[in-house]
Ligand binder design. Sequence first.
Ligand SMILES: Nc1ncnc2c1ncn2[C@@H]1O[C@H](COP(=O)(O)OP(=O)(O)O)[C@@H](O)[C@H]1O
Ligand SMILES: [Mg+2]
Ligand SMILES: [Zn+2]
Length: 281
Amino acid sequence: MVEHQHQPQMSEEEQKLRLEQEKNLLENLNHIKYKIVVMSGKGGVGKSTVSANIAEAFQKQGFKTGLLDVDIHGPNIPKIFGTENENIQVEDKKLLPVKSESGIEIMSIAYLLDSNKSAVIWRGPQKTGVIRQFLSDVKWGNLDVLVIDNPPGTGDEPLTVLQSIPLIDGVIMVTTPNTLSKDDVQKSVDFVRIMNLNKIGLVENMSYYTCPHCGEKLNVFGESKGEEFAKELDIDYLGNIPLTEDISGSVDKNTINTDKDDEISKKFNSIVTEIKKNYLK
Ligand SMILES: Nc1ncnc2c1ncn2[C@@H]1O[C@H](COP(=O)(O)OP(=O)(O)O)[C@@H](O)[C@H]1O
Ligand SMILES: [Mg+2]
Ligand SMILES: [Zn+2]
């Protein structure tokens, strides 16, 4: 007899729970019109910043928007919205998302931890469980768009997200000129394509810096190659975001930039327009 050490038999009770969760997950997803996943090859490129601002732009453009932070080890989304001290409420055995000032429904592991400074050390299967619960046991309600912010790379979190959501409308890769080595982007794109998803777009963050004195555009992190790479990888180029003091440290300053009449707001709104044009049909 071969012993299946890694796949212990589920008890009847566990099986029932699992089925119940699957049912809730599909029921939840049924009420969410569009699902957009944000990924990157490297950390610190601005995924959370881009996710937050895209969600805000959607919400301000009249889409009922949700934002799910599946970065278990560095959940930054609540901080960007200044909602990190909110407590999660429970209703009908479901977790209620926290509302941003503009009405975005936010869920993050940060809300479930005693202190968001405590390091979280979780193994793969536990992470997978929490992420699936975020999809099944959260009362998302009717949403037009759900934006999902991932940790960097192609690990358990993005894998769980891509495997658990049957119909994903678009995957957004965030890069910066200095990390925009073709290999990194290619690896993430391959990962998504293996999951049979072909709606992939690229956002180049920290593309350039505009000198406040003379207005010259400086390529701080090297020459901007986003558009060229997107073409080579056969993915959509959705736009770029400059390096700016308005965003730097937004995690600490709770800065969202989409409704001002400035360059950065226009950039985020234009990226959302591209997302709508390419993926929300
Ligand atoms: N365009 C930008 N200009 C200036 N600072 C930025 C920009 N984008 C992101 N940042 C800053 O860089 C840091 C990392 O961004 P974050 O969104 O947390 O990256 P990731 O989620 O990819 O790890 C944060 O402090 C953020 O405020
Ligand atoms: Mg992040
Ligand atoms: Zn200058």
